[in-house]
Every structure is written in structure tokens, then in C-alpha cells.
Design a protein around this ligand. Structure first.
Ligand code: ATP
Length: 255
């Protein structure tokens, strides 16, 4: 990945809330076309960092460039090339998914094929359904569709699979990979180790506002093993989640 083009550059990013330093001088690059994950426990500073990249939150100091554009004075240009998940509160209860997409594309001043867009996230059968009638996984998939309306170069997803069941999570991972494979760079936050390992091309591990490791999941694991680490207990080749998935099937079945 060394020849990859940097699409996001974060240098010495600091965010203070009053006296409390939530982000303590973190630096990382995101490469074009990858799924980059900020992995860390609750309160580590993931959402704060993400929202600063999205131009939704002011930083205290440091430099953040999004496709070469500076978050300090090029917010409008940045907003045109990024996709951000809208809060569920924006999903007017009386409108169908189709109508919501029409509304949002109007706000972005974009012409989109709503049906194609719903199909791309596996929701073509739900075009006439209202948002509140969707399952958790379907809501997340719809929310991801809304990030794609302006045909962005980069999308930001904040803990996209929190609260979902195993099948819905795997469906969402497939969807996120498809989006990456079509050329969109994806930045996600997660506190799930398995999500980072399965989904992310590279991860930055963040803890108490600092990045404590950054690499591909494979490299992070290999480095640990090379340091002489051994698991105490032998690990089985499958776990209960695999049993459940094998019993119930792995297709788009979180209806
Ligand atoms: P979570 O997964 O729980 O959202 P996170 O890694 O995304 O965690 P942040 O939401 O970025 O973490 O919060 C980092 C720290 O900053 C936390 O200690 C949080 O309490 C604090 N914090 C976040 N937003 C504010 C705010 N608006 N005012 C004061 N403190 C805040």
C-alpha cells in the first residue's frame, strides 16, 4: 500500500473540551480506495476525530486535509466530496424510503435513480416502507445509501454495526466492501475487534485520545506473534457465531 495516494491527512490533531483533552495529538493518513478503521473503546475519541474530518466539529489544533482541502477554511468544498450519515431524526416519519431519497437528493441538488440506489443496498422491496418500519440492519443500510447520494469520494461511518445481529453485521460488511470496490474510500469507527479485523484494510488503534498502533490487521497480529505472544488456550476453528450463521444462512436475511 506504500504507493497508495493519501486522500486524508491528519497531523497532530488535538481536541479539548474545556480542560479535558479528548484527542491528544494524533496523526494518520488514509489512502484512496481503502477501508480505514479507527478502532477503540467508548470514549477513546473516535467520534470526535471523525466529526472533525467531516467538518462538523472544530478542532483545537493540528492540520486536517481532506483530498487536499483544509478543514479550517474549505468546509464547503469538502462537503461536496464526502458522504456523512444523517441522524435518524432527519428521517421524516410520514415519508417512504423512496420519498426520503427524493428529498435528500433535492437537498444535495443531485438527480439520482432512487430505485437503483435502494437496490444497491438491498432495499428495493422496501421502497414504499417508512423508516420506522425497518429493522436495525435495514436502517443502517438505508443510512449508508444516503451517504452515497452526492457520489462522494469518501464516506464516513460512525459505528455502523453497533446493535446489529451477526447476519446483519456481515451483510453490512459486504455492502461496505462493495462500496470500497467501486472506488469510494471508507472511514469507519468501531469498538469491535472482529469488525476491524474482517473489514478494515488498515486500522488505527485509538485509546484515551492517542493512536497506539496503526497498520493492516494482519501486520498488527503478525507483529504480536513475532514478539513471542502465544494464546493460552487453543482456539477452535469456528465459534458460536459461525454455528448460528451456518444454521440460518448468510444471505441478506435481516428483513
Ligand atoms: P463512543 O464510542 O462512546 O462514542 P468515542 O471514541 O467516539 O466513544 P468521543 O465521543 O469522541 O469518543 O469522546 C471522547 C471523549 O470526549 C469522551 O470522554 C467524551 O466524554 C468527551 N466528549 C465528547 N464530546 C464532548 C462534548 N461535546 N463536551 C465535552 N466532552 C465531550
Amino acid at each position: 500500500m506504500n504507493t497508495a495516494k493519501t486522500i486524508i491527512s491528519v497531523k497532530d490533531l488535538v481536541k479539548k473540551y474545556g480542560d479535558f483533552m479528548a484527542v491528544k495529538g494524533i496523526s494518520f493518513d488514509v489512502y484512496e480506495g481503502e477501508i480505514f478503521g479507527l478502532l477503540g473503546p467508548n470514549g477513546a475519541g473516535k467520534t470526535t476525530s471523525l466529526e472533525i474530518m467531516e467538518t462538523l466539529r472544530e478542532k483545537t489544533s493540528g492540520e486536517v486535509l481532506i483530498n487536499g482541502l483544509n478543514v479550517d477554511h474549505q468546509q464547503q468544498e469538502i462537503k461536496k466530496i464526502i458522504g456523512v450519515q444523517l441522524q435518524a431524526a432527519g428521517y421524516y416519519p410520514g415519508l417512504s424510503l423512496m420519498e426520503l431519497l427524493q428529498l435528500f437528493s433535492g437537498l444535495y441538488n443531485r438527480k439520482v435513480n432512487e430505485m437503483e440506489m435502494l437496490a444497491s443496498v438491498g432495499l428495493q422491496d422496501k421502497a414504499k416502507a417508512k423508516h420506522k418500519e425497518l429493522s436495525g440492519g435495514q436502517k443502517q443500510r438505508f443510512s449508508i445509501a444516503t451517504t452515497l447520494i452526492n457520489n462522494p469520494k469518501i464516506i464516513f461511518l460512525d459505528e455502523p454495526t453497533t446493535g446489529l445481529d451477526p447476519q446483519a453485521r456481515r451483510n453490512l460488511w459486504d455492502l461496505i466492501r462493495e462500496i470500497r470496490d467501486k472506488g469510494t474510500t471508507v472511514v469507519i469507527t468501531t469498538h469491535y475487534m472482529d469488525e476491524a479485523e474482517n473489514l478494515c484494510d488498515r486500522v488505527g488503534v485509538i485509546e484515551s485520545g492517542k493512536i497506539i498502533a496503526m497498520d493492516t490487521p494482519d501486520k498488527l497480529i503478525d507483529n504480536l506473534i513475532a514478539s513471542g505472544f502465544e494464546r493460552k488456550k487453543e482456539v477452535k476453528k469456528a465459534n458460536l457465531e459461525d454455528v448460528f450463521l451456518a444454521l440460518t444462512g448468510k444471505e441478506w436475511r435481516d428483513e
